[in-house]
Write a protein that binds this ligand. Structure first.
Ligand SMILES: *Cc1c(COP(=O)(O)O)cnc(C)c1O
Length: 402
């Protein structure tokens, strides 16, 4: 068969999601097989042959295929991990920044940065670095030096609001600082952070790439195969590898980014379809912001809606998201008790944490992150019909308001 993956520029995004790994298939199977073996027969020295596989912590056939697809779709070279947090921590160990410029964002990220700091503490207690320890974490917008890492989460958890990635990368590169973008909330084909100058990109693959709330995984995307191989070599001894079943589920989900082509006017891709439904739902809910009654939403229910699509910025936000904005946003209700209850009054949105799956979710974010406004409900939009989701919000908001 013709090897379509030889030149990715010849194919469109959804074709690549299905064919980018064709040349790595070593059987006549059309659907990729599940491999669960942790170890492999080694070639007889008299008949040197074999597939190069030794032990599953080093590599597996399915993981290699997933990395090929993820790398191609992200326009870089991908390395997978057991979770989004393990990929983030692996990135820190790889970059070894002197200081990290970071704002708010996902609480787990701040958790492993504390561990990184603790480790630096041991090293520096007996060195000149000691003075710098308390300065290890700096404000996202602080002045940068060579050796700094800018950790940019865009879109930002939990609001879905975004940063001007291009502006941050230009500012950092001027002084020799590195930029990592956590692009979990907006995977390709919504945006490509490497195109905006990011040096390294991470995604919690648990969210949009896996897309079905059934597989935990993380991915780092870098610009060269050489750097990807350094990460793989570290990963081999850290042991934070993507499990065999997870690798298979992820590969299957990446194929299924193709969705609903038969529907008139609907988008071809799972993630872009979620993105479009979200933009419409956000615009509709936002009409009730400031406590206004709107189209069946009761008065005094919604204080504000936060999302990139309603964010006021003075830079070209559309250019950064050519495929649409992310499918996670936040609604600030008018009271803490309403925000606590709405996730349980909604019927199509499950009251659960996480995002990116085909099922819509809503959660009172304060319960996981006490730094967040206690009136905030984080919403992840799945693949249900827009009209059904609107109706669900009408009835849930009426219920908590009465
Ligand atoms: C979920 C998430 C993570 C962590 O990913 P896991 O796969 O849960 O370990 C990191 N960053 C962001 C923005 C996330 O939403």
């Amino acid at each position: 068969m013709v090897q379509l993956d030889a030149d990715p520029s010849l194919l469109g995004f959804s074709s690549l999601s299905i064919h980018a790994d064709d040349s790595l298939s070593n059987s006549s199977d059309i659907a990729p097989p599940i491999h669960v073996s942790t170890t492999y027969s080694q070639p007889d020295p008299d008949q040197p042959d074999g597939n190069g596989l030794v032990y599953s912590r080093y590599s597996t056939a399915t993981r290699d295929r997933v990395e090929r697809v993820l790398g191609t779709l992200n326009k870089g070279h991908a390395v997978t991990y057991s979770s989004g947090l393990s990929s983030g921590y692996a990135a820190l160990l790889h970059i070894r920044p002197n200081r990290i410029a970071i704002g708010g964002g996902y609480h787990g990220t701040h958790g492993f940065i504390e561990i990184y700091k603790r480790h630096r503490d041991i090293v520096s207690r007996c060195s000149w670095l000691y003075d710098q320890i308390n300065k290890a974490i700096i404000d996202l917008d602080a002045e940068l030096q060579k050796g700094d890492l800018v950790w940019l989460e865009s879109p930002l958890n939990p609001t879905g609001e975004v940063y001007d990635v291009l502006a941050y990368t230009e500012r950092a590169h001027k002084v020799g600082a590195i930029v990592m973008v956590d692009s979990t909330f907006a995977p390709p084909p919504l945006t490509w952070a490497l195109d905006l100058g990011a040096d390294i990109v991470q995604h919690s693959a648990t969210k949009y790439f896996a897309g079905h709330s059934d597989a935990l995984g993380g991915v780092l995307v870098v610009k060269s195969e050489k750097e990807a191989n350094q990460l793989r070599s570290d990963r081999n001894v850290l042991g934070s590898v993507l499990g065999s079943l997870e690798a298979w589920l992820l590969l299957r989900s990446l194929r299924q980014v193709v969705y609903g082509t038969h529907l008139e006017g609907s988008s071809k891709l799972r993630v872009t379809h979620q993105s479009q439904t979200t933009a419409s739902l956000v615009a509709w809910l936002n009409q009730a912001s400031g406590g206004k009654a709107h189209d069946g939403i009761p008065a005094n229910a919604i204080y504000a809606v936060k999302h990139a699509s309603v964010q006021k910025v003075n830079w070209d936000i559309q250019r950064q998201y050519p495929g649409g904005f992310g499918a996670t946003f936040s609604v600030l209700l008018t009271s803490k008790t309403a925000a606590q209850r709405v996730p349980f009054r909604l019927k199509l949105f499950h009251a659960a944490t996480s995002l990116g799956g085909v099922e819509s979710l809503a959660e009172w974010r304060y319960q996981h992150d006490p730094e967040i406004d206690d009136r905030l409900v984080r919403v992840s939009v799945g693949l249900e019909e827009l009209d059904d989701l609107k109706q669900d919000w009408r009835q849930a908001l009426s219920d908590v308001s009465s």
